[in-house]
Write a protein that binds this ligand. Structure first.
Ligand code: HEM
Length: 290
């Protein structure tokens, strides 16, 4: 179900996605849904039933559903007006959370494994840092944060393979780019993350997997050219969680296994022709116990 709701592989889904961005009203008029209907219903039923049970039994949990339920009540208490946050809004927000935090991280991890399998020098250097760290006791949130090379490798994976190849914004006031291009209010603007991340002007030799470019001591990143999680108040809310997931995963895999290419590993990588960045024939790697 998770895969069904988060995967947009195939030409039809790509066309649907672009139409949704450009003509959202047309898709609504035609009754074309963005999410898989069965999976969408599965998730919204779970969330709707959860809200209902919490309301009936006064259950409190420290999570997003609770925060949204509180926001819904607060609106009603502060004003005499009816809350404009509906249960459907809460359900949609929860589905978005699941949707935004599922395929993004799993595919990023696959690309990370792929880069380590095909760049053994980087893999060995990272393992050295990991094994050094394990000597000083069990791994914690703080120790993971201290690991500089792990941070550099994670950043480089996100640069080379940004899961959202563009971010979008609506222009709110007239703006001229470089004195040449005029952008009118209400225009939808796409910011091409993938193209920026692969631009040799900002990232020399951009197809090379080179964690050294993220060495904080060298300070080589031009502001606003590195946007794996977008930027500003609408940037990815799961940013720090995603990086932590990635670091934990790489830490545990590399401390026990060597990641190696197999005869099925595509070298060089062949990308799928989808709106989502992925490998044409999946990700294939071998694990050798160390
Ligand atoms: C490697 C993993 C991930 C990547 C590369 C990623 C990337 C992004 C990007 C580029 C955006 C759009 C930001 C913008 O428009 O400026 C976004 C939005 C979002 N992400 Fe992530 N994300 C990841 C993981 C997660 C996780 C784990 C969660 C939740 C636990 C999450 C939740 C969200 C949500 C809720 C939004 C919508 C924010 C809004 O519209 O205000 N993401 N993400």
């Amino acid at each position: 179900m998770g895969k069904k709701i988060t995967s947009f592989r195939g030409v039809l889904n790509t066309i649907k996605f672009i139409l949704l961005q450009v003509y959202p009203k047309l898709l609504t008029l035609l009754g074309i849904r963005f999410l898989d209907e069965e999976a969408g219903k599965f998730f919204s039923d779970i969330i709707r039933d959860t809200i209902k049970m919490r309301e009936e039994k006064n259950i409190v949990r420290p999570d997003v559903i609770h925060i949204l339920m509180e926001a819904q009540k607060k609106r009603t208490q502060d004003t005499t007006e009816k809350s404009n946050i509906s249960n459907l809004d809460i359900t949609s927000q929860c589905v978005i959370f699941f949707f935004a935090g599922f395929e993004t991280i799993s595919t990023t991890l696959c690309f990370g494994m792929y880069e380590l399998a095909t760049n053994p020098d980087v893999q060995n250097k990272l393992r050295e840092e990991i094994l050094e760290m394990t000597k000083s006791g069990p791994i914690t949130y703080d120790t993971l944060l201290q690991m500089r090379y792990l941070d550099m490798v994670s950043s480089e994976v996100l640069r080379k393979w940004p899961q959202l190849s563009f971010v979008d914004r609506i222009c709110t006031k007239p703006y001229v780019v470089d004195g040449k291009i005029q952008i009118k209010p209400n225009t939808e603007v796409w910011i091409p993350t993938y193209a920026l991340h692969r631009d040799p002007q900002y990232f020399p030799d951009p197809d090379k997997f080179n964690p050294e470019r993220f060495d904080s001591k060298k300070n080589t990143i031009t502001p606003y050219t590195y946007l794996p999680f977008g930027l500003g108040p609408r940037s990815c809310i799961g940013n720090r969680f995603a990086i932590m997931e990635m670091k934990c995963f790489l830490f545990y895999v590399l401390s026990k296994y060597e990641i190696v290419p197999t005869e099925k590993t595509p070298i060089p990588m062949v990308l799928s022709k989808d709106i989502q960045l992925g490998s044409e024939n999946g990700f294939w790697m071998g694990l050798k116990r160390i």
